[in-house]
Design a protein around this ligand. Structure first.
Ligand code: 13P
Ligand code: SF4
Length: 364
């Protein structure tokens, strides 16, 4: 989704890294406890060094909720994360995204109109009362609200299995969006087969399925993906193992099923960090996830070699939009009493999105 980020004044675009550090440091000191800066693990180091707390998308929302005294939450991450923080924080708090164009291409692969159309089409062929909608955290607040209204829940890559088990105890089938890979990998880990799953293509009538296919599938997986994680291929694993026969491969579940089935371990950002910490000294670990996290793990874990599974570097271009100039710009504006780039979710959407998020918290 295109959002308009105004061009920054030259004071920021022309500043040297030292000057930017000076601006950010001074503004942060001036704002004190009124400010809480959150940094997602995929952020670049020049931004991450200013974060008061780091985490994955879920953890950062919880952290935002745990700081009701902070007036301004500057979210160094992407749009859907800032929205979730706004949903989970108080009305007196303002959530700020340093660059409005920091979206998520996967989250943009499912919008409310398309999901409502899918629901209406499915109503004609399946028992809709037994269909449970589940949205990945990487989705707009309007989709979280949709699942809240329809009796479904949000999930993250850490708790997708628990949420899907809950959904299939409550109903007969799930409509899972927007990431087909997380849905497929989790369903397979739960013991379902590929023949229990169908891909729902929102551009085609009835998702491109026959009525029988739509009726019989336990998992209807939205045709969405993360372009960063989808790049990793089984050939990368073969090449890594040829060079490091004792090496360990860890993949994020947004990677394809073909990749996940040949990886040694599969799990969320949080899982990857814990596995790297727990690996024996001297290990060589290839990680299939965003490069800034991989490089930071390597720097911060002496005695182990952590590398990207894809040697051709794999950054998330939207996470990368958050940089020193944008951070300095939002902070200096706050010092001047101006809130720029505030992310707000309207009251009705926020109320239902909160219901869906709360169901996830209650399940896990
Ligand atoms: P996390 O939920 O692990 O933070 O993942 C965010 C993300 O964008 C993964 O691609
Ligand atoms: Fe979205 Fe993928 Fe970037 Fe995560 S890594 S923010 S899913 S595009």
């Amino acid at each position: 989704m295109l959002r308009i980020q105004p061009a920054l004044p030259e004071r920021y675009t022309d500043a040297s890294p030292d000057e930017l550090d000076q601006m950010i440091g001074s503004a942060k000191a001036a704002l004190g406890d009124r400010l809480f800066i959150l940094g997602h693990h995929y952020q670049r180091d020049e931004v991450m060094r200013w974060a008061d707390a780091r985490g994955d998308s879920y953890r950062l929302s919880v952290l935002a909720q745990e700081r009701p005294d902070a007036e301004f939450i500057v979210f160094c991450g992407v749009h859907f994360m800032a929205e979730s923080a706004d949903v989970l924080t108080g009305d007196h708090q303002q959530v700020i995204l340093p660059d409005l164009n920091a979206g998520c291409s996967m989250a943009d692969m499912a919008d409310l109109d398309e999901v409502e159309e899918a629901w209406e089409a499915l109503e004609q062929v399946v028992d809709i009362e037994r269909l449970v909608p589940i949205t990945y955290m990487n989705s707009s607040a309007s989709l979280k609200a949709f699942v809240g209204r329809k009796g479904g829940a949000v999930c993250t890559s850490t708790n997708a299995r628990a949420v899907l088990e809950w959904a299939l105890a409550k109903g007969d089938k799930v409509l899972f969006f927007p990431d087909q890979h997380l849905g497929r990998n989790t369903g397979l880990a739960m013991g379902y087969g590929l023949d229990d799953m169908q891909v729902w293509n929102p551009r085609l009538e009835l998702g491109g399925l026959t009525e029988v296919e739509a009726k019989e599938a336990t998992f209807l997986l939205w045709k969405g993906h993360c372009s960063v994680h989808q790049r990793f291929r089984p050939e990368h694993v073969e090449a890594f193992r040829a060079e490091h026969p004792d090496g360990i491969v860890i993949a994020h579940p947004e990677c394809s099923h073909e990749l996940c089935q040949v990886a040694d371990k599969v799990g969320s950002t949080d899982f990857i960090i814990k596995e790297v910490e727990a690996a024996p000294e001297g290990s060589t670990i290839a990680v299939a996830t965003e490069i800034h996290l991989v490089q930071r793990l390597d720097h911060e874990t002496p005695g182990k070699t952590i590398q990207s599974l894809d040697p051709l570097i794999c950054p998330c271009s939207t996470m990368f939009r958050i940089d020193g100039p944008h951070l300095a710009w939002v902070l200096e504006n706050l010092v001047e009493g101006r809130v720029v780039n505030q992310i707000t979710v309207d009251t009705d959407t926020a109320e239902w999105a909160r219901v869906a998020l709360q169901r996830m918290l209650d399940i896990t």
